[in-house]
Design a protein. Structure first.
Lengths: 213, 183
């Protein structure tokens, strides 16, 4: 595998890509759905034409709805990434809630809150198992080490992706549940029980072993 | 620019990867393979968007451009249609309504056009195998014809011609801008 080609675009261009992708999905899916529905609802002998008419009337509308939802979701997601300086599943959940609330804003505070809750719950159902899995996996690996060397490090920047997003989740659980949501600032490492080696270079001085020092 | 390896007094240099080294050999991440990415030289020299990127780009810019333009036009119309003695809430409502309707309509139309154009262009490029202006012209022709196909063959032909000319003009304009405009 060479340089990762399957990675997504950086954040501003990602919004355009998501609008286009969502519109395409909505238009193609809506076309198929409304074609079949039009065929079903047409008189004999005019079925295909009826299906094509239904597609022409409905598919752009469905595509547009998908595009609006996808574009707003992506915009809010990028805003959260910029505000928190982290790439997390939590960004998607907040973005889903914001999108739902924003789209229902004209109907008043009550319906907007309900729509925001619905959007957030939907995204949480999609992203939640991912978050739980990350926390459980990294907690299992880090239980012995947390007691030895508590060094909360908030400098997990975007784009630094390890397999399984382990370090970001475990650093979030290090400094408490709420404090870990906003990163980007370097907190001072707690000096209790931490070896303060002055490193001359970034190369590891010893090859990694599996013993705890 | 200060030498990054100078040590300021009272500080220690922090290795961000130090804790991570204990669990995974992190430096393997930076050992990229030197084997070539493509099997054939012709594949490697091609500098083209994949079909999904093409689709997302044209559809997205079509929908976004249409929505912004239509929304602006509709909002201006809504502002103009205000009657004396209207409350602020009524004016805002009117602007939002007309802007939304016009924006949605134009956005959907341009989005569909972008979708058809991107699909046709990727298909033509795949079958012809070469990178020409003819690909864009052919895709423009097909887009116009498909868009107006339901209105009969004559309007389909006219729309196709308009589409082909527009696509050719866009490609020629882009090349001329690249060559002559100092940007």
């Amino acid at each position: 595998m060479g340089t990762p080609e399957t990675s997504r675009e950086p954040c501003p261009d990602r919004i355009l890509d998501d609008i286009g992708g969502a519109f395409g999905m909505g238009a193609v899916g809506g076309s198929a759905f409304h074609f079949i529905k039009g065929i079903y609802n047409s008189p004999n002998g005019h079925r295909v034409i009826g299906g094509a008419q239904a597609v022409r009337m409905n598919a752009p509308r469905v595509g547009g709805s998908f595009a609006v939802w996808g574009g707003l979701f992506s915009a809010f997601d990028c805003t959260m990434v910029y505000a928190r300086q982290k790439e997390d599943p939590w960004n998607s959940i907040f973005a889903g809630a914001s999108t739902g609330g924003f789209l229902a804003m004209r109907q008043g505070l009550g319906p907007a809150s309900r729509a925001a809750l619905f959007g957030g719950v939907l995204l949480a159902l999609i992203e939640g198992p991912g978050i739980m899995l990350n926390k459980v996996m990294s907690a299992q690996q880090n239980m012995p080490m947390i007691l030895e060397e508590p060094v909360p490090n908030m400098a997990g920047g975007p784009g630094f992706q390890l397999p399984g997003r382990g370090p970001q989740a475990e650093q979030a659980s290090d400094s408490g549940w709420f404090g870990g949501w906003f990163g980007g600032k370097k907190e001072e490492p707690k000096a209790s029980g931490v070896k303060t080696d002055v490193l001359e270079s970034f190369d590891s001085p010893v090859p990694p072993t599996f013993e705890f020092k | 620019m200060a030498n990054p390896s100078e040590k300021k007094p009272g500080t220690r240099q922090y290795d961000p990867y130090r804790e991570l080294e204990l669990r995974t050999p992190i430096h393997n991440l930076y050992n990229l393979p030197t084997s070539p990415e493509y099997l054939f030289q012709e594949q490697a020299t091609v500098n083209r968007r994949s079909w999904s990127e093409n689709l997302q780009y044209y559809t997205g810019s079509g929908y976004l451009g249409g929505a912004v333009l239509g929304g602006a036009k509709g909002a201006a119309e809504g502002l103009r249609a205000a009657e004396p003695g209207d409350s602020l809430k009524l004016r805002v409502n009117r602007v939002l309504n007309s802007g939304g309707h016009a924006g949605r309509r134009l956005g959907n139309s341009l989005g569909v056009l972008g979708l058809i154009f991107a699909g046709l262009e990727s298909a033509i490029v795949h079958w012809r195998g070469s990178d020409d202006v003819l690909n864009s012209v052919g895709a423009g022709l097909g887009t116009g014809a498909l868009y107006r196909a339901a209105s009969g063959p004559r309007s389909a032909a006219i729309a196709g011609a308009i589409g082909g000319l527009a696509a050719g003009a866009a490609v020629a304009g882009k090349q001329a801008m690249r060559r002559y405009v100092p940007v």
